[in-house]
Design a protein around this ligand. Sequence first.
Ligand SMILES: [Zn+2]
Ligand SMILES: [Zn+2]
Length: 314
Amino acid sequence: MEIPIVLEKRSKPHLKTEITFIIVHLLPLAALFTGATWFDWVMCAFFYFFRMFWITGGYHRYFAHKSYKTSRWFQFIIAFMAETSAQKGALWWAAHHRHHHRHSDTPADPHSMKLYGFWYSHVGWIVGPDYKETDFKTIGDYAKYPELVWLNKHYLVPPTVLALAVMALGGIVDGGSITMMFSKVGFSALFIGFFLSTVITYHGTFSINSIMHKVGNQRYKTGDESKNSVWLALLTLGEGWHNNHHYYEVASRQGFFWWEIDITWYILKIFSWFGLIWDLKGVPDHIKYSKDKAHANELRQKFATESTPVDALD
Ligand SMILES: [Zn+2]
Ligand SMILES: [Zn+2]
């Protein structure tokens, strides 16, 4: 007899606490009054990819999964850059993500689309009151750094710095002087270059929690609903290889084969050439070519006794 799944009770959001989240979504519409320049749109696209990289390469592959090592000062830079996305603090983000892997698609998963539905897994868990706090125990390995705890608490500092920088750039490029940042050109840069870009980055990131557990193919049996999708991988700089990632989460690459485009991985590789990061964890062959964990064990023993380079199988 199958045991019925008992879902956790998840609270509904309160309009009062989520008003800023709604305003962030509405602010790009203010560009209807200011107009927008081509430079605003370039900044919108640039700061989408810029912040997506720091989320995937920083929040996700560094803070949540420790898939590479770095120095204390660069670790701070990673956290600061990723926090410009206005997705709360690095410790908050990574702790919740660790819970997601521990309980993937079970009732304790903070955002299981299978159990709690599309909207809850996409945005409901973020706007609801249940996951507002940082679970410092789960992220104790990074919570020992006071500068990260400070940044986690003051998570609005980095996005504010970026918003002002975007306004200044708008003032300089479209108005001819930084003093123009508080005029129409500065505000149109803010609405499109910062706020619209922020909203798109939100939904790019959220889509990994929601549709990447529904849409695409499953190469590996992971016991959850994680999938691989080339389209999501392109849009999210590599995060679309989500089934690969759930199968072997410690790797700093999520595209396991050369044809699985993973732009975050390429950038991390470049960082490593400059000595900014090191010890990037790869994907062992017995993992890459297996179907599930039992098969991976079999392959590990087989490959250990063979001398054939398995990469030739690519
Ligand atoms: Zn992960
Ligand atoms: Zn997942």
